[in-house]
Ligand binder design. Structure first.
Ligand code: UN1
Length: 511
């Protein structure tokens, strides 16, 4: 575990003293060159400081990249099955720490305990899955057009990979990036989101505990400007894997462009669940509640739009509103709570702004929620009611812009065809789903919805680690995380030709 120094708790707080966490560079926990730290507070109760973290800058980034570049020289030559043994061990140790890490995660980002347990579990799944790749990473052999010539394709690692990770899945998403990078022989510098550095500290601690060699994984905490930008711009970084907003992703892409640095971008979404007239309405309501309000609507894949056939619109809406009103909002550590706070004040403000925008949109009706919650101890956190707008038109701002909060728009449509059209009408293409009992419609939707992820009779969330994760249009830049696709992000193909004829043979020219 990281070396930690207790800090005096603020006079107002009865909570234990906050712990100061260091950067992890070259196998050591070290203070930033700036000598400064920043606080991470609990979004459910801002009186609690979850920890303090290094406010790093370019000097720390340079040290971390140098350590990763040095470590790459030997790590790339460690046999992949041996690299995988460390990764497998990480999966086992994460099981040991699962409850503790989930509690830390709930305290730092707010989602309820069963969801933070799921987040840690996703890192466990990814560890086991990528450990298996230690003995696969298959290439191809294929016949040559010439005699006495052998040929094959093999994967080669890139080198130092930079990772900029978000706060909504603070351990799962780092694991999607770190585990495939490592098993393929790359080294890593990760910059966690400033709202959730503790989960990455915990993850990196376990990698260290399980024997990852010094310099193979490095972590530098701090802001996008002071840490993220110098990391992206560093000439020794070969790839940048980023998850966050489309706006920031665009600048990551622009920074990588001139030097042809690889970039793998996972960005916004405006995911829709379609409910057809033959759907099992109870099931569809369950799905849209879980997809819309799970993680306080802060999934990239959150169900932000529900597109409903007019024939079942009223039935769906009545049941949905009744259930949304009953969701219990509060501190995610309380097992009876369904939905935690927004991650930060600025996220809460965004939600409030969209409620204002929705209230002013001509025709949209606020059906439930719409307010910040401030009763009792809730006033110390960033809590907001589950909020639903009805009769939303497909082109309203509510229905087209990513909100990243507990706000769901219900959009009535006349037909299956119109549902598909509305589903595809946004600039994003991450996830979508359809509820129908008609197998033909389900297959047509599967073919015609232009997203990277599609569900039938299930919500827009719930991706598993061994399938590709990512999206089309403004959601991504053509890459996918997780699954076999992740191997293509963190390696490059090398085609190898072996001529054992002893004579000069010319491809395409010798008949
Ligand atoms: C995200 O949507 O931000 O699909 C990531 C899920 C999780 C990962 C979600 N496995 O719900």
């Amino acid at each position: 575990m990281p070396t930690a120094k207790a800090k005096t708790a603020s006079a107002k707080s009865a909570k234990p003293a906050a712990v100061e966490h260091k950067n992890f560079i070259g196998g050591k926990w070290v203070a930033s060159a700036t000598g400064q730290t920043f606080e991470n507070r609990n979004p459910a109760d801002t009186r609690e400081v979850v920890g303090t973290f290094q406010k790093s800058d370019k000097r720390d980034v340079n040290k971390a990249v140098a350590a990763a570049a040095e470590a790459f020289k030997s790590w790339r030559l460690v046999p992949a099955p041996k690299r995988a043994e460390i990764i497998f061990k990480v999966g086992e140790r994460l099981i040991h720490y699962k409850d503790q890490f989930a509690r830390d995660m709930t305290r730092e980002m707010g989602k309820v305990l069963k969801e933070t347990q799921g987040d840690v579990h996703e890192a466990i799944d990814m560890s086991y899955y990528m450990a298996g790749e230690g003995r696969r990473q298959f290439g191809h052999t294929t016949p040559s057009e010439l005699r006495n010539k052998f040929q094959m394709s093999v994967r080669q690692p890139l080198g130092v990979c930079a990772m900029i990770t978000p706060w909504n899945f603070p351990m799962a998403i780092p694991s999607w990036k770190i585990m495939p990078a490592l098993v393929l022989g790359n080294t890593v510098v990760i910059k966690p989101a400033t709202d959730t550095p503790l989960s990455v500290v915990n993850f990196v601690s376990v990698l260290h505990e399980c024997g990852i060699p010094d310099g193979v994984v490095n972590m530098v905490t701090g802001s996008g400007r002071e840490v993220g930008e110098p990391l992206i711009n560093h000439p020794d970084v070969k790839l940048v894997s980023f998850t966050g907003s489309t706006e920031v992703g665009r600048s990551v892409s622009a920074l990588c462009g001139p030097s042809f640095k690889h970039s793998c971008l996972e960005m916004g979404g405006k995911n829709a669940q379609m409910v057809m007239d033959d759907a099992d309405i109870d099931l569809a309501v369950d799905g849209a509640l879980w997809g819309g309000f799970g993680t306080t609507g802060q999934h990239c894949t959150a169900t932000s739009r529900v597109i409903i056939h007019k024939k079942v619109y009223k039935k769906f809406v009545d049941a949905y509103i009744e259930r949304a009103r009953r969701l219990k909002v509060g501190n995610g550590l309380d097992a009876s709570v369904d939905m935690g706070p927004a991650v930060s004040e600025s996220q809460l403000r965004t939600v409030e702004q969209y409620v204002q925008i929705g209230t002013k949109e001509d025709g949209a009706k606020l059906l439930c929620g719409g307010h910040r919650l401030t009763e009792g101890d809730l006033k110390y956190g960033f809590f907001h009611e589950p909020t639903v707008f009805g009769d939303v038109a497909p082109d309203m701002r509510l229905a087209t812009e990513e909100i990243f909060g507990p706000v769901v728009s219900l959009i009535p449509v006349d037909s299956f065809e119109q549902a598909i059209e509305v589903c595809n009408s946004v600039i994003y293409g991450l996830s979508a789903s359809i509820y129908t009992r008609d197998i033909n419609r389900a297959f047509v939707a599967m073919r015609d919805v232009y997203t990277g992820i599609f569900y039938i009779n299930a919500p827009t969330i719930g991706a598993e680690v061994h399938l590709p994760f990512g999206g089309t249009k403004a959601t991504g830049n053509g890459h996918r995380e997780a699954g076999q696709a992740a191997l293509d992000v963190f390696s490059e193909w090398k085609a190898v030709y072996v001529d054992y004829s002893g004579v000069l043979q010319k491809a395409q020219i010798d008949a």
